[in-house]
Design a protein around this ligand. Structure first.
Ligand code: IPM
Ligand code: MG
Length: 341
């Protein structure tokens, strides 16, 4: 709701002719229509130029059969729209340095992007399931799988992203153990020959998880597989102070995108007016920049966020030591006020 509020406000100020249509997904869609991804929602998502996704879900849905859980709707949307390139920028705001668990010299100046492959890997590989074995016990199975084409297109996206930034690409895999990841490394190296100006390095996922905290400033663009990117991005949020600060963009080959916070839903704090809306608000900025071509409106939102946190306002997760946190709604209002100022 706060992100939509900010979008409406910025649209009015910048005269953006955005036609905003809303559709249900996840828990609320299941309640209303018995399915977390109703056909109308999928149709609208296909039709739209960009999708702003509000985190969905709740504890009460976690035991539903697979396919009916809120998270499954999001995964279907990613897959159906072929949103394979998930950009997760990690920028340490100096205004929040004292709310992180790190020494300032570690996090000050952190600025990298995790480019997570989003439509393949263990998330979608077949076979999958829980089966009965001959001895009557059960076995769980998931399949890590990447085709050459899937690796090639995300690698190209990674090199292009690095080229538009500081020219450094780190590919994260587990090629020492997994054949899928051996192929990953081979293809990334091959694609790299088209980008001699980009400095390519490789790390195994375990070493990357460590390096991300030890020397986070060494990273520019990290390109990695779906599951590894999921894990690394939650880890990286600690460098910024809170996962409530991380936006993301998931793009298809035509730059059509779905924009959502990195965090997913948080049922334990839902409805209490304490959640941090800034990841959602910053996702609106990414949407304006990447899918709608409005850099001016995008940077206005980011400046408004910076101004509000520089003034010392924060929801509980990013509140300054000794300062009273503000609520979700109030944070949304403050961003709108800062936009108007
Ligand atoms: C994310 C989330 C999702 C994922 C969940 C909500 C299915 O954790 O976007 O990182 O695992 O991809
Ligand atoms: Mg995640």
């Amino acid at each position: 709701r706060q992100a939509v509020k900010v979008l409406r406000s910025v649209s009015a100020r910048y005269g953006l002719a955005i036609e905003l249509k809303e559709a249900l997904i996840g828990g609320c869609a299941y309640e209303a229509e018995g399915h977390p991804l109703p056909p109308e929602t999928l149709a609208l998502a296909r039709e739209a130029d960009a999708i702003l996704f509000g985190a969905e879900g709740g504890f009460q849905y976690e035991t539903l059969p697979r396919g009916l859980r809120p998270g499954d709707a999001l995964l279907t949307l990613r897959r159906e729209l072929d949103l394979f390139a998930n950009y997760r920028p990690v920028v340490a705001w100096s205004e929040l340095a004292d709310t992180t668990i790190f020494k300032p010299e570690i996090v000050e100046g952190v600025d990298f992007v995790i480019l997570r492959e989003l439509t393949s890997d263990l998330y979608f590989g077949e076979p999958r399931g829980i089966e009965r074995t001959a001895d009557g016990t059960r076995r769980g199975i998931n399949t890590m799988s990447y085709t050459e084409a899937e690796i090639r297109r995300i690698a190209h996206a990674g090199f292009r992203a690095a080229r538009s930034r500081r020219g450094k690409l780190c590919s994260v895999d587990k090629a020492n153990v997994l054949e899928t990841m051996e192929l990953w490394r081979e293809i990334v190296n091959e694609v790299g020959t088209d980008y001699p100006d980009v400095e390519l390095s490789h790390l195994y996922i375990d070493a990357a998880a460590m390096a991300l905290l030890r020397t986070p400033k060494a990273f520019d663009v990290i390109v990695t597989a779906n599951l590894f990117g999921d894990i690394l991005s939650d880890e990286a949020s600690m460098l910024v102070g809170s996962i409530g600060m991380l936006p993301s963009a998931s793009l298809n080959a035509d730059n059509k995108g779905l924009f959502e916070p990195v965090h997913g839903c948080a049922p334990d704090i839902a409805g209490k007016d304490i959640a941090n809306p800034l990841a959602a608000v910053l996702s609106v900025a990414m949407m304006l920049r990447l899918s709608l071509g409005r850099e001016d409106a995008a940077s206005a939102i980011e400046s408004a966020v910076r101004k509000v946190i520089a003034e010392g306002h924060g929801t509980r997760d990013i509140a300054k030591p000794g300062k009273e946190p503000i609520g979700t709604e109030e944070m949304g209002d403050k961003i709108v006020q800062a936009l108007a100022a």
